[in-house]
Design a protein around this ligand. Structure first.
Ligand SMILES: [Zn+2]
Length: 242
């Protein structure tokens, strides 16, 4: 079977799945399938738990290889085989999804208010903050700060988030759809690119991340604060109120 789309994209709400161990070495396993997002595009990897007939251990990291994604285990002595259960830590996944949605809203605002400025970097953190860098050589700091209330207002509107796929060739021809200056999202095996749309606000390619459904981010808050203004990049931070 050819997997054309990542499991966490096809089934974003499947937080616990049963699967088979394909290969194992001390402290690591290769699984037939996994619900865990291995990280990428600025979003941190999921935290997860692996359970088997006689034990369990935390999944502490991931290592891609030609055969698939190795799951690194907290217990190096674990002898894992056969059928296992993999589960995603829900709270951390939710935090990352919320931050990710926040970065798209921020990205939309900057793109619209600063003449199509492109993203040069993004990083979400476990402390509930995220940072995006934009190509804004002569950004006006006051104008950037003024984005804060606009972003909060957008969140309060609780717009639906919709994911679709379009052919890569088509995506390249649409202005603003592929917005990350350095890294275009990887196409699927059938050469499509994943598009994330925030209804009425923004549409952009987003290849590697998981998304939060609507109705959950009412407590979020944003603040945009420029750093390194006057250089080729401006950093902006986003955070979620407790
Ligand atoms: Zn994204």
């Amino acid at each position: 079977m050819t997997v054309t789309r990542a499991f966490y994209h096809e089934f974003p709400d499947a937080l616990v799945i049963e699967t088979q161990v394909v290969d194992s070495r001390p402290g690591r396993v290769l699984l037939a399938n996994s619900a865990l997002f291995p990280g990428g595009g600025g979003q941190l990897p999921d935290r997860g738990l692996l359970k088997w007939a006689s034990g369990e251990t935390a999944v502490t990291g991931f290592e891609p290889s030609g055969e698939g994604m190795w799951h690194l285990l907290a217990r190096e002595d674990a002898e894992v085989a056969g059928t296992v259960e993999v589960s995603v830590e829900p709270a951390f996944r939710e935090l990352m999804r919320e931050l990710h949605t926040a970065t798209h809203i921020l990205n939309a605002a900057v793109f619209q208010d600063f003449n199509g400025a492109l993203v040069t970097g993004a990083q979400m953190s476990a402390d509930g903050t995220a940072r995006m860098d934009f190509d804004l050589p002569d950004a006006d700091n006051d104008r950037l700060r003024a984005l804060g209330p606009v972003l909060n207002d957008t969140i309060r509107q609780d717009l639906p988030v919709i994911c679709t796929y379009v052919p890569m060739a088509e995506a390249r021809q649409q202005y603003g759809l592929i917005r990350n200056q350095s890294v275009a999202p990887p196409p699927t095996a059938d050469d499509q690119v994943r598009i994330v749309e925030i209804a009425g606000l923004d549409r952009q390619a987003c290849g590697v991340r998981t998304w939060r459904p609507r109705g959950r981010h009412r407590r979020s808050g944003f603040s945009a604060s420029p750093a390194r203004a006057g250089t080729t990049a401006v950093s902006t931070s986003v955070w979620k109120d407790a």
